[in-house]
Design a protein around this ligand. Structure first.
Ligand code: X8Z
Ligand code: ZN
Length: 618
């Protein structure tokens, strides 16, 4: 008999399953054993993931040999645990064990347990894989480069290079750091990466998938996923190309005589960001109405002497205003929100769940500027999701799909960055709110949201092909630049070869983090924004909607968040949007005024780019 205490735990973890007892008290011993297993597994999983989380946290916030060793040791402990759980889970005939309402939830639970992942590898190969990933992350996070025409070789990505890419308008200086960063990261990891591809593929195949890309796509629970994302991209591509043509023209004006062609790709180092993934930092160069006053939010934040803590409090306030949860005391005590002195850390922002329902943290080397204010909301969105689904079984404590997890904070940030809201919180001066100001504002948003789309798509489009072998190992970098040219219309300012590995100069490639989640997020966040604005009874164009303080919108969002991954993402999406498909139309609707404006500006302009040598700018 399943004990009463266990039963209580089960009913509390599966809040929706009030009637479980009725099923267990029957004489189906297999079912009873299966439930007993789930209860025990859930408890041990929470403990194991908590210990793993702590070891990873200690390592990532203090990179050294000791913390690394402990982290790798814990990775082995976790792998053993996952393997044992997998063995136990697959010993049950779980597919036919349950009936009725219970079938769906327990089927889903067992299904998650029956995918083993990388622990399918023999022990020594698994250790090798984990060590490779840690080494790549180390190289990435501790890389230093030399300043332009200087002997100072101590520049780190965060904050030095990020700031330099943001502010410098010196073509040659930008080119220098752009190529240095790739020499000191991607190129150094080539050997690691090749072995990593082999081992992740081997693990995927041992799990019954055709390659690692196939395994990565499994969380999207859709046979048509690859086709769907391509179709979404095709719908949005014309808008991107309009933006690209307009920005290219402005860059030709800014950098005359530098060979940027009016019908060619844009050199990748001029867009205000190391990977040219978001272009907000060159707003000053492309501002549609330059004479129109546009008080820069960053200037305002710095003038007001805002601190990183202020930024986090501001973001928390927005969540609370919707009736969502405040951060826990553990969050405020244990998060690291500024770059510590005297030790190396992984500065790439991240949010952490420690699986004890109260310990959630953010690790971020926050700078006081608008972009980081948006990132703070992004990270807090992850934490809000963790908190909302904390009562679910551990196996359901994840996003409906990874794109959902990335979208939560961004949805709120879409409201935060409206001019009305920024004015409300004192971060935008009293500029007149007319059509010209509106287009200025839309341009600023498009530089981060629209410019990102092809980048969000191409990283995994490239990795899927690397995993499947469609891009052969001797053409990794050629394949990368073919994707950069095809989707983003970019070319490298310094000639590339297949000795380089420029994809691995990006955090998520060096750190084994799938990326298509961000593309999905950038599409569905506009679907969520539209649905929440409807719930808030917003009148007027979508880009002017601010859901601040609207409890109806908050309530709707909460209903979705608390499900975690206990339901299919299509069902989760239906809770908020009445639709169960990814749909680019809300995004297009949001940017409609800018699209109209761009089309007028670009009359007579070449839209798109002629084919070119992908490995060097003309
Ligand atoms: O990695 C992130 C977040 C952490 S999940 C800071 N983002 C992507 C990136 O920086 O490349 C957010 C947007 C895209
Ligand atoms: Zn994120």
């Amino acid at each position: 008999m399943v004990s009463i205490t266990c039963l209580m735990i089960l009913t509390s973890v599966v809040t929706t399953l009030a009637q479980t007892e009725r099923y267990i008290s029957g004489d189906n011993m297999d079912m009873e054993a299966a439930l007993q297993f789930l209860i025990e597994h859930n408890e041990r999983a929470a403990q194991t993931y908590n210990r793993m989380g702590n070891a990873r946290w200690n390592y990532q916030t203090n990179l050294n040999e000791e913390t690394k060793e402990e982290m790798l040791r814990m990775t082995e402990v976790r792998a053993e645990f996952v393997k044992e759980a997998w063995k136990n889970a697959t010993s049950f005939a779980w597919k036919d064990l349950f009936e009725g309402e219970q079938h769906e939830i327990f089927y889903r639970w067992f299904k998650k347990l029956s995918v083993l992942g990388s622990p399918a590898l023999p022990k020594d190969r698994l250790s090798e894989l984990n060590k490779l990933i840690a080494d790549m992350q180390d190289i990435y996070s501790t890389a230093k480069v030399c300043a332009f025409e200087s002997t100072d070789c101590s520049l780190s990505l965060d904050p030095d290079l990020t700031e330099l890419l943001r502010g410098s308008r010196n073509f040659d200086e930008l080119k220098h750091v752009w190529s240095q960063w790739r020499d000191k990261t991607g190129k150094k990891m080539k050997g690691h990466f090749l072995k990593y591809v082999q081992l992740t593929n081997e693990a995927a195949r041992l799990n019954g998938f055709s390659d690692a890309g196939d395994l990565w796509r499994e969380v999207y629970e859709s046979e048509t996923f690859v086709r769907d994302v391509e179709a979404l991209w095709k719908t949005m591509e014309p808008l991107y190309q309009q933006l690209h043509a307009y920005v290219r023209r402005k860059l030709i004006q800014q950098y005359p005589g530098r060979g940027i062609r009016a019908d060619g790709p844009i050199p990748a180092h001029l867009l205000g960001n190391m990977w040219a993934q978001s272009w907000g930092n060159i707003f000053d160069l492309v501002k549609p109405y330059p004479d129109k006053e546009f008080i820069d939010v960053t200037d305002m934040m710095q003038e007001k002497k805002m601190t990183p803590l202020d930024m986090f409090k501001l973001s928390e306030d927005f969540f609370i205003s919707l009736g969502l949860l405040p951060m826990t005391p553990e969050f405020w005590n244990r998060s690291v929100i500024e770059k510590p002195k005297g030790r190396e850390m992984v500065c790439h922002a991240s949010a952490w769940n420690f699986f004890d329902r109260k310990d959630f943290r953010i690790k971020m080397c926050t700078k006081v500027n608008m972009q980081d204010l948006i990132t703070v909301h992004h990270e807090m969105g992850h934490v809000q999701y963790y908190q909302q689904y904390a009562k679910q079984p551990v196996m359901f404590q994840s996003g409906a799909n990874p794109g959902f997890h990335e979208a939560v904070g961004d949805v709120l940030a879409l409201s935060v960055s409206t001019s009305d809201h920024l004015r409300k919180i004192g971060l935008l001066g009293d500029v007149p709110d007319d059509d010209e100001a509106d287009i200025n504002h839309q341009m600023k948003t498009a530089l981060s949201k629209i410019a990102f789309l092809p980048f969000g798509y191409l990283i995994d489009s490239w990795r899927w092909k690397v995993f499947s072998g469609e891009i052969p190992v001797e053409r990794l970098n050629s394949g990368w630049w073919e994707h950069r040219l095809k989707y983003q219309g970019l070319c490298p300012p310094v000639k590339r070869t297949d000795e380089d590995l420029d994809a691995a100069a990006k955090y998520h490639v060096a750190s084994d983090v799938p990326y298509i989640r961000y593309f999905v997020s950038y599409v569905i966040q506009f679907q969520f924004h539209k649905a929440l604005c409807k719930a808030a009874e917003h009148q007027g164009p979508l880009h002017k909607c601010d859901i601040y303080q609207n409890k109806a919108a908050g309530q709707l969002l909460r209903q979705m968040l608390r499900q975690g991954s206990s339901v299919e993402w299509k069902e989760a999406m239906r809770i908020v949007t009445d639709s169960d498909r990814m749909d680019a139309n809300p995004l297009l609707e949001y940017f409609e005024p800018l699209l109209q404006w761009l089309q007028k500006q670009n009359e007579g302009e070449v839209i798109g780019w002629e084919s070119a040598n992908p490995m060097a700018c003309p």
